[in-house]
Design a protein around this ligand. Structure first.
Ligand SMILES: *[C@@H]1O[C@H](CO)[C@@H](O)[C@H](O)[C@H]1NC(C)=O
Ligand SMILES: *[C@@H]1O[C@H](CO)[C@@H](O)[C@H](O)[C@H]1NC(C)=O
Ligand SMILES: *[C@@H]1O[C@H](CO)[C@@H](O)[C@H](O)[C@H]1NC(C)=O
Ligand SMILES: *[C@@H]1O[C@H](CO)[C@@H](O)[C@H](O)[C@H]1NC(C)=O
Length: 368
């Protein structure tokens, strides 16, 4: 620009000046392409160095040496100039989402005793949705969930530990605790993020319409009437598996229940705009938003206090909910109990297992 203005009052030079402008534009484009390729390359390097670490089975099952192993992961991450790329590592699929380094969005979770389930959860959201901030409210797990190594940089995870865990076999004995955790998450950390999502360790988001999560949420943030956006569940069954599959839920549980206005695919989980958030209605959706804001589904349709959304659509996004997993994991889930008291019922297992099902292969191809 400076060149162009500097020469514009001299007609004799107009020709070379045009060339110069073209040159500058080409340079700008090239550097843009280089920049994008650079960040993509960086992401793939991170993926490969972290994946090497994650392949060591011991890192999930022991806690004694966890601290030093986590340091190794971080050291590898910062050592991206070393030729650590393992060429035999499968290419990421689908294309990895750009990292949300400004932490425009974050995820809040209340969880206990699921250190074996968290690695795949973190991997999915870190690499495929670009999430760089996870708030994990650990409901008294012994030893704490934070003492285990996970396959993403520890700097992306903020642990909040509540002790002791007061388990109760009475359903709703700790009624409201999960909502308190979620509201607390927004109170404590909400001012650092424009959006926060409230998810469980068995919920995996898919952007079905080719958008990124960040792009999708940026778009909703332009409308000040919208304070929260809900995504419909797609509940997966055990797919007939009796024991915990080695390859993880996204690959293994490839059957889900067919949408029906009377089944659990109606349920939504929610991302809220922190500036408009007041309190949760239940763990699925938001009761009160500020300034009369509303909660909507992907088409701008209003979601009411039932936290159900019908017609069920997943044109832009959908939430795969591995609610039963294998029989073995369901029994563990029952033993663990719900955070609010009580436990998952046999009735619910039967309801999902006996519902009409179809193949659900969408997430089976994801790498990592
Ligand atoms: C970087 O990696 C190289 C080769 O693996 C290693 O020798 C070096 O100590 C690493 N540097 C840091 C700071 O971790
Ligand atoms: C690369 O990955 C393969 C397969 O996972 C493994 O056998 C090999 O040892 C790895 N090589 C390096 C240098 O990490
Ligand atoms: C935590 O879960 C594991 C299985 O993943 C189980 O063996 C263990 O008993 C559980 N601990 C508690 C305190 O529930
Ligand atoms: C904002 O979203 C609401 C709910 O979908 C819709 O009714 C309204 O027209 C939108 N406003 C704008 C300016 O797009």
């Amino acid at each position: 620009m400076a060149h162009r203005n500097g020469h514009s009052d001299r007609p004799a030079r107009s020709h070379p000046s045009k060339g110069l402008v073209g040159f500058v534009i080409v340079c700008a484009l090239l550097s843009l392409i280089w920049f994008n390729a650079g960040s993509e390359g960086q992401l793939r390097k991170t993926y490969s160095s972290l994946s090497n670490e994650a392949e060591k089975p011991a890192s999930f099952s022991t806690t004694a040496s966890a601290g030093s192993e986590q340091q190794t992961v971080d050291a590898q991450l910062h050592n991206v100039t070393s030729p650590s790329m393992n060429v035999s590592l499968p290419a990421p699929f689908p294309t990895l989402s750009p990292p949300d380094n400004e932490e425009y969005m974050a995820i809040c979770m209340a969880v206990k005793n699921q250190s074996r389930d968290l690695p795949e959860f973190f991997t999915h959201y870190y690499f495929h949705h670009g999430i760089r901030r996870f708030y994990i409210f650990d409901d008294g797990t012994e030893p704490p969930l934070s003492s285990v190594t996970y396959p993403i940089p520890s700097s992306a995870i903020t642990w909040v530990y509540f002790q002791p865990h007061l388990h109760s076999d009475q359903l709703d004995d700790r009624k409201g605790i999960q909502e308190q955790y979620y509201s607390g998450c927004v109170t404590m950390f909400g001012d650092r993020h424009t959006w926060m999502g409230f998810l469980d360790a068995d919920e995996f988001l898919e952007m079905t319409g080719g958008e990124t999560l960040s792009g999708f949420l940026h778009e909703w943030a332009r409308n000040n009437t919208v304070g929260a956006v809900g995504v419909n569940w797609l509940v997966h069954s055990s797919a007939g598996l009796l024991t915990r599959p080695a390859e993880g839920p996204r690959k293994a549980f490839n059957r889900c229940i067919v949408d029906d206005p009377n089944n659990d695919n109606l349920k939504v989980k929610t991302f809220v705009r922190t500036a408009l958030f007041d309190t949760m209605w239940n763990c699925h959706c938001v009761a009160v938003l500020k300034n009369g804001a509303i909660q909507v589904g992907e088409h701008g349709d209003v979601i009411d206090k039932s936290c159900d959304r019908k017609p069920i659509t997943r044109d832009r996004w959908g939430l795969h909910h591995y609610g039963t997993k294998s029989r073995e994991e369901f029994l563990e889930k029952q033993a663990r109990g719900k955070i609010r008291g009580g436990k998952s019922t046999e009735h619910w297992w039967n309801k999902i297992e006996n519902a009409e099902q179809r193949d659900c292969l969408e997430l089976t191809k994801y790498v990592p």
